[in-house]
Design a binder for this molecule. Sequence first.
Ligand code: BGC
Length: 408
Amino acid sequence: MVIHLKKGFQLGVATAATQIEGGELNHSWNDWYHKGNITDGSNPARANQHYEKYQEDIQLMEDMHLQIYRFGIEWARIEPEEGVFHQATIDHYRDLLIRLKNANIKPLLTLHHFTNPMWFEQKGGFTKKENIALFLTFVAKVVEELGDLVEEYITINEPNVYATQGYFFGSWPPGEKSAKLTMQVMSVLATAHIQAYQLIHQIRKDKNFPNWDQTRVSFANHVRAFTPKNPWNPWHQVSCKISRRFFQDALSKAMCLGEFVFPIKNISGIKKGDYSDFHGVNYYTRTTVTGFKDGVRENAPVNDLGWEIYPQGIIECSQQLYDMAPKPIYITENGTCDDKDCFRSRYIFEHLKALTQSELPFERYYHWCFTDNFEWIEGESARFGLVHINYDTQQRTIKKSGNFYTDI
Ligand code: BGC
């Protein structure tokens, strides 16, 4: 098996704060756990105790020869109450960043990855336009405090997943089931991203931070390869187009270009423009459409959660984004749920092979996930890591697929 990586193409891993840090914090996912909504009953307060074990984890990254690392910071830790910032937490993240720098691992910092502090949630979270200012205050503080050490940012992770799971299907916090609220949240998130995009650039420039002119900001866009089950069936075709537009196309357009098409509304008079410096692509699977729900092609290879494994989809989705706005592409997440680590190496190989065979300007690949972690409502039972976590002992062990990735 040979993979020819293009010159300059970099490999690393991704994580999210709530999924690995642990800690009894006052945020929406700890609250969701206390309401009994995690399928296997596991508590995000445990997770991987990465907040304490970050030095050991960075050492592991070095051992695995990783070049780049996408990670998140926990809003509820930094700003436990509205307007009150916790300096020790900021110092902690500074230390983490300095250690990454010493290890020659370039960071990509995610500002929002699904979790809200409860004080923000109680004010209506991202259902309200007025609350964007609260998010921006947090963003400004983080960039002022950490911006000398970070050139690259993800403002918001997977706004479509956050909105649909939390406000349409109601399976994630805050458990709403309303199409109207879902669209409202998407519109608010699009605006929040655009304003954060401008703010980050502005602050790094005004503060004259090192390499301020190299600042790169985008969002992590969860994209699926949508396909009609029967390409000759007009109903399948139409529902495929509508699903794609509602789930990803309209939002991508708004967030990248400030072009608002139904169902996303321009709630703050945003002008058309260029609001992302690269495409952040989170790609996992293909959705086979017969109506308005997720479907999987019969007899397709699937992972432990039943998601189809379809490597070519990473190219199809990236191509669609590139056609909309030609920009460098970072694969900000790609990976699979494979408890026994039987097919993860092959998954990596096939997705990387697709990337290297394409003419699209792929620059980065962040494998999801560095370690097994708290997988939202699936809890600890769904394993996505290159590194195995024994949750009882907190022992880390590099898996076969982790060694395979290191070899690449
Ligand atoms: C999310 C991650 C999640 C992964 C696997 C992505 O949608 O950004 O937080 O763990 O998928 O489900």
